[in-house]
Ligand binder design. Structure first.
Ligand code: FES
Ligand SMILES: [Fe+2]
Length: 442
């Protein structure tokens, strides 16, 4: 079906959204055009391409791109398409392409900045319109490519905000991923976990800051972990801290989860405060804090460690958890299919045990194999199928609707509540992007 701007605007109300926003393939196509191909989308971190010729593939909207480190040692992003007959140039997801790109179909070669270098039997192009200086015969560059402190993004369209303006307050998530390192640098560890979810990309984003679900969805996992902790104590030992990552889900209870505020920023970004930002008093953490003080001075170090962000959603494509050194990227594949990639970072000069602790959280809570993740995936799948039903046309975001506070264009959840502020906030941003007012308004 063809949707008019008015019809799209009508899919979002102050406290609810229409199910078609999640289930209609035509809406999905419009989302790709109007959101994912018209604003800044994350491609990757510079540490994924350390050496000249290193490359990494990514999907931006419906477009395949290559992040590449060039001969000049600069990172660049190019479309993964040969200008000859259209073959994708790189097929392995990552690697090193050497001094040039080589197309496996007819052996055209390209410099690492995308310019056409040559082809076999070059003389057969003499007297034709093929011009080595014409960008039509180069690997194309997206309309806008930029980075924020080594985190690379592209915007496939011209115009709109620059990257820094687009990120606004959400840039703090990337600052935290770097500044929490006593060595003042961060790097990706190994490769990512990749997961295809059988549900709409918005269902995933909505779940990330939904404090009302962990105590329910993850209660059984939390209780099983609590039992195990009790058994270990009975045997006279202290359970490993890693188990508490799971048992917390049962321990916090209703009142515990209401302690974490949520904030809605400009351009659709939002954050969850508190939670794992707390600093346990143990020798490893104290050593880490000591190194931070040494590196930054006490005042600046405390400012960095005191930043109250557990989780930042960088609309529409990232969920970043700086205290856990994690970043997730959302790559929508269809209205009911979403690829997520979960990356883990190492903070330079942090104690090894602090690194191992965050790695344990990555494995135990967010990896594809954990029970926590399985419970979430099952819910999202059930939501997608439930929304196919015409039993009701609406998805409810009523929790504390109308009771959040707004100051200077930023909204704050009602205190001591599990307000659905982030859900309302994202759908309102969605409406603005989808009705094409984003360039002027957001
Ligand atoms: S399609 Fe790439 S060289 Fe022909
Ligand atoms: Fe969950």
């Amino acid at each position: 079906m063809t949707w008019t701007t008015e019809e799209i605007a009508g899919l979002v109300e102050p406290d609810r959204a229409h199910r078609k926003a999640y289930t209609d393939p035509d809406i999905f196509d419009m989302e790709m055009e109007r959101i994912f191909e018209r604003t800044w989308i994350y491609v990757g971190h510079e540490s994924q391409v350390k050496k000249r010729g290193d490359y990494y593939l990514a999907q931006v909207g419906r477009q395949p791109v290559i992040m590449i480190r060039g001969q000049d040692n600069q990172v660049n992003v190019l479309y993964n398409r040969c200008p000859h007959r259209g073959a994708q140039i790189c097929s392995a997801r990552k690697g090193n392409t050497g001094k040039h790109f080589y197309c496996s179909y007819h052996a055209w070669t390209f410099h690492l900045d995308g310019k056409l270098e040559g082809m076999p039997a070059k003389r057969e192009y003499e007297g034709t319109n093929l011009d080595f200086d014409d960008p039509e015969f180069h690997m194309a560059r997206p309309a806008q490519v930029d980075n924020y402190r080594g985190f690379w993004f592209v915007n496939l369209s011209k115009g709109g905000h620059d990257l820094k303006t687009h990120l606004g307050e959400a840039a703090a998530a990337f600052d935290q991923l770097i500044d929490r390192a006593p060595g003042k640098e961060t790097e990706i560890v190994g490769d990512c976990f990749r997961m295809v979810q059988q549900s709409n990309w918005k269902i995933f984003l909505e779940n990330q800051l939904d404090a009302s679900h962990p105590g329910v969805t993850h209660e059984s996992t939390g209780k099983a972990a609590q039992k195990l902790e009790a058994k270990i104590r009975q045997e006279g030992e202290e359970p490993p801290m890693e188990l508490s990552f799971l048992s917390d889900f049962a321990r916090l209870g209703h009142d515990g989860w209401t302690k974490f505020g949520t904030v809605g920023y400009r351009n659709g970004h939002s954050s969850l405060e508190g939670y794992m930002g707390l600093r346990p008093d143990d020798p490893d953490t104290n050593e880490y804090v000591r190194r931070m003080h040494e590196a930054y001075g006490e005042k600046k170090a405390e400012e960095i460690l005191g930043t109250n962000i557990h989780h930042m959603l960088v609309y529409p494509c990232n969920s970043v958890q700086p205290p856990l050194q994690q970043l997730r990227t959302i790559r929508p594949l269809a209205h009911d299919k979403t690829l997520t990639e979960i990356w883990h970072f190492r903070l330079k000069n942090a104690p090894e045990k602090i690194y191992r602790r965050s790695l344990a959280y990555y494995y135990m809570v967010n990896s594809p194999s954990t029970l926590i993740n399985a419970d979430d995936l099952f819910n999202w799948w059930k939501c997608q199928h439930g929304l196919d039903s015409s039993a009701s046309e609406w998805v409810s975001f009523h929790r504390k609707a109308g009771q959040d506070e707004e100051r200077d264009g930023v909204s704050y959840s009602a205190p001591e509540s599990m307000s659905e502020l982030p859900l309302r906030h994202m759908m309102h941003a969605w409406r603005e992007y989808m009705t094409a007012t984003v360039g002027e308004k957001l």
